[in-house]
Design a protein around this ligand. Structure first.
Ligand SMILES: [Zn+2]
Length: 477
């Protein structure tokens, strides 16, 4: 295998280099663009994004969300209307001060997120309780000057995402809606065969301008965690400065209650880092753009019959509802095996002259299992894919459970955190203790379990005083 083609680094040697190899050589992203953090999403990576997009979009629409599009520039006066929001984003927002060679009268920010521009418009649209709830989503790009350093898909400066923004007439309705949002993201995680921790972030890490944030944290194979979707209860923090008011049923003027929620292409990076192996990416069948790739094994004089059989197998699998691709390029079979493994295709189907004669194919799962399938019983390929999905989900659930360790004090935390993963400890809820834990150990309080109150089992990790919450602590990207 040539250096250019395969992966030269193993995960346990240098996880970061392994990841960069997989994203580029696996056809997900090319980060060699002229600007750091502004990466090119390659066709294979984009196809995975489309799979996630279609799944989410279908769910959004089923729950009454409509798609729309808003401008990517936000005038400074607008973004400043919500003080905390502006404070939270100004360090990472790109600004435009010049256009057509002339200095602009007002600075324009390139959207780091669209609350302000959307809510300006919402205030023009909403008049009465009859206009509510308003549920709008955008599929767009946002740009953030991330100072933590960039990483393709995980931490790019420009990323594709969806951002949903709703207005409700009561706080209860807004919170009820957030539960639905969380269930839609859970469905995405199920498709990704990833077991996340769904957490409510501590105040210090709540979305700028929100009451609370619900996030999906995923444990990666290097022991660090990465944040997936975030869903925020904005309360009336934006509706007041942006004047989003409605007349309620009794004719009284009220401010709306809001939520915002988003997930991005980071999800693809998370999937690679969660499931990948030393051969490359491993994509779960539910989101793999190709669930099966057929590789014909060609010998001189037998090419025609093998290719014809391969075509017919492809057609039968397609009719069974599989996303299937026939790789009939002139490359060697070995080259193709490596490439599709690197890209993470769940099932490889080999057909050679002997298989044709025996009326069967060889199915090789990305998890390593090899099976012979009779061409008359190709529906077995479907069962194999279902098994791969289940197996990946089971491995993920075990990986999470095996990597949550209870800790009782800082020494305990420092010792047990060496192996990575989540540490489960107790916290008094003081911001000083939170900051001290991070400064001392490099680990952050990621939050408390969403939707489940856990009983404290020790005193605060830092100050030793009685604790208020059981929290999950980890090193994060
Ligand atoms: Zn404390």
């Amino acid at each position: 295998m040539s250096e250019e083609m395969g992966i030269s680094t193993k995960r346990d040697e240098d996880f970061s280099k392994w990841y960069l190899d997989v994203v580029r050589k696996g056809g997900f992203v090319d980060q060699r663009s002229p600007m750091k953090g502004f990466d090119v999403i390659l066709p294979w990576g984009y196809a995975v994004w489309e799979m996630l997009q279609q799944r989410l979009d279908k769910n959004f629409k089923r729950h009454g969300v409509q798609n729309a599009y808003f401008p990517m520039f936000i005038p400074e006066s607008l973004i400043k209307k919500e003080e905390k929001h502006f404070e939270g984003f100004k360090a990472e927002a790109f600004a435009i001060t010049e256009a057509g060679g002339e200095k602009l009268e007002e600075k324009l920010f390139v959207r780091p997120t669209s609350e302000t521009i959307m809510y300006h418009m919402y205030s023009l649209w909403i008049r009465s309780y009859k206009d509510l709830p308003l549920k709008i989503n955008q599929w767009n790009n946002v740009i953030r000057f991330d100072t933590k350093g960039t990483k393709p898909l995980i931490r790019p400066r420009e990323f594709l995402w969806q951002e949903g923004h709703t207005v409700h007439s009561t706080k209860e309705d807004a919170e009820k809606w957030l539960k639905i949002v969380v269930s839609m993201y859970k469905d995405m995680y199920q498709a990704l065969a990833i077991e996340p921790l769904v957490l409510v972030r501590p105040k210090s890490d709540t979305f700028a301008g929100a009451d609370y944030s619900i996030v999906f944290d995923t444990l990666l194979q290097d022991g660090k965690v990465s944040q997936g979707p975030g869903s925020h209860l904005l309360g009336q923090h934006f509706s007041k400065p942006f004047n989003i008011k409605f007349l309620d049923e009794s004719g009284k003027e009220q401010y709306g209650w809001q939520t915002s929620w988003g997930t991005s292409i980071r999800q693809i990076g998370i999937t690679i880092c969660h499931h990948g192996d030393d051969k490359g990416a491993v994509l779960p069948p539910e989101v793999a753009p190709y669930q099966a790739v057929i590789v014909p094994i060609l010998f001189k004089g037998k090419e025609k019959e093998v290719l014809e059989k391969a075509e017919s197998v492809k057609e039968q699998l397609r009719q069974l509802g599989l996303r299937v691709h026939l790789d009939d390029r002139e490359h060697s079979a070995g080259f193709k095996f490596n490439e599709w493994e690197l890209r993470g295709v769940p099932l490889r189907i080999e057909i050679g002259p002997k298989d044709v004669a025996a009326g069967e194919v060889t199915a090789v799962s990305r998890l390593g299992q090899k099976d012979k399938i009779k061409i008359s019983e190709l529906s077995e390929a479907k069962a194999l894919l279902e098994n791969i999905q289940k197996e990946m989900a089971a491995r993920s659930a075990k990986f999470l459970i095996d990597n949550i360790k209870d800790v009782h004090n800082m020494d305990d935390l420092k010792e047990k955190s060496k192996a990575g993963g989540f540490l489960r400890g107790n916290w008094c809820s003081s911001g000083e203790c939170e900051a001290s834990i991070k400064a001392e150990s490099g680990h952050e309080i990621r939050g408390t379990l969403y939707g489940k109150e856990e009983k404290c089992f020790a005193n605060c990790l830092w100050c030793g005083k009685p604790a208020k919450h059981v929290v999950y602590v980890a090193k994060a990207y």
